[in-house]
Write a protein that binds this ligand. Structure first.
Ligand code: PLP
Length: 341
């Protein structure tokens, strides 16, 4: 035991997912000192979170970062910088880049595309990615429990064209199992709803979340289950994550991955190839590669579409067809994600 951050890390690695979430890092200084980052870099990160999007990283994720590497691809995703504050440095970077607000049909429910609705179950997440496109979503208006979800459930019940319900957020798996089990059982009782999809980064950033309680209600649901995880880089997929994925699969879930193309993080042909290879090796299909949503503060993450196309061209030549993700962007007002390949 060398210092206090080692001690913190050890304490927070034991126990349940809720304890791990409680013990997540909320101060850039703690992570910065643990990783040995330059003091200027730590100071400006602290400054950036004072007024802006709070800092949040679980140790389970932070422990996969390389000590001393300021360019670590996991660190870059969550490290705040001062250019997040103030005016957007590029045009078209806004608070609601994908038109979420206008797709709300009842509190917390987005109905944008035919056959599927997306329930924003919570604003909470286990990690704050600095490029998050919902970082400015009006989460205070979002219902958080079964009683408050009733209008959304009624909407789903009355629209027979809806056959898939997507739980999103925030991260739906930050909600406790009792509540999720009750919600999913209600959805399962609606005859025209056949599929449940969960968009979650927790199996990657907090793999302890995939515990027996979660697997129990998932396994019991009559719905076909799709879990869409979110890994952007092969270094995110450590042994604990791989075993969390295997547990989801053994409970009957199809596991897919979506990634975001991120400048200086995963915007090279080799980085995408390695990620996709690793995913299919553990039975996860690469689903989407998203062009970054232009959310204010995320300008530094934007890679060019032509770089993205070059990468996908390369992936086609080295991977089986099923391992090549669809390269898409979300255009507000469109009937689906828009392919850009
Ligand atoms: C992305 C998205 C979906 C899901 O789209 P798929 O192409 O089926 O993955 C559904 N609803 C909303 C509001 C979305 O943003």
């Amino acid at each position: 035991m060398q210092n206090s951050s080692d001690l913190l890390e050890t304490i927070s690695n034991v126990g349940t997912w809720r304890r791990q979430l409680r013990n997540a890092i909320r101060d850039p200084r703690i992570l910065g000192e643990h990783l040995g980052l330059p003091p200027e870099m730590i100071d400006s990160a602290c400054e950036a979170v004072k007024a802006g999007f709070p800092f949040l990283v679980p140790w389970a994720f932070a422990n996969r970062m390389q000590i001393g590497d300021i360019n670590d691809p996991l660190l870059r995703q969550i490290w705040p910088t001062l250019d997040e504050l103030g005016e957007a440095s590029k045009p078209d970077f806004t608070d609601d880049p994908v038109g979420d607000e206008s797709a709300i049909v009842v509190d917390g429910l987005l109905h944008k595309y035919h056959g599927r609705v997306l329930l924003v179950t919570t604003g909470a997440c286990a990690i704050h990615c600095r490029y998050c496109f919902r970082q400015n979503f009006a989460y205070s208006d979002v219902p958080h429990d079964l009683e408050a979800w009733r209008p959304a459930i009624e909407y789903i019940r009355t629209d027979q064209s809806i056959n898939e319900v997507i739980l999103s957020g925030g991260d739906p798996l930050t909600i406790v199992d009792r509540t999720l089990a009750a919600l999913v059982s209600q959805l399962g009782s609606i005859a025209h709803v056949r599929r449940l999809r969960i968009h979650t980064r927790l199996p990657v950033v907090l793999p302890a979340r995939v515990d027996d309680q979660l697997l129990q209600w998932l396994g019991e649901s009559v719905l076909a289950k799709y879990i869409v995880i979110h890994a952007n880089h092969i270094a995110e997929l450590d042994a604990d994550v791989v075993s969390a994925i295997a547990r989801l699969q053994s409970a009957g879930c199809v596991v897919l991955n979506q990634a975001v193309l991120l400048q200086n993080i995963n915007d090279t042909p080799a980085a995408q190839r390695d990620l996709c290879q690793r995913l299919i090796d553990v039975g996860v299909l690469p689903y989407y590669l998203h062009q970054l949503d232009r959310v204010a503060g995320a300008e530094r993450f934007e890679a060019s579409v032509s770089d993205g196309q070059t990468i996908v061209d390369y992936l086609q030549t080295v991977l089986p067809g099923y391992a090549v993700p669809k390269y898409v962007r979300e255009v507000a007002g469109q009937r689906s994600k828009t392919p850009i390949y």
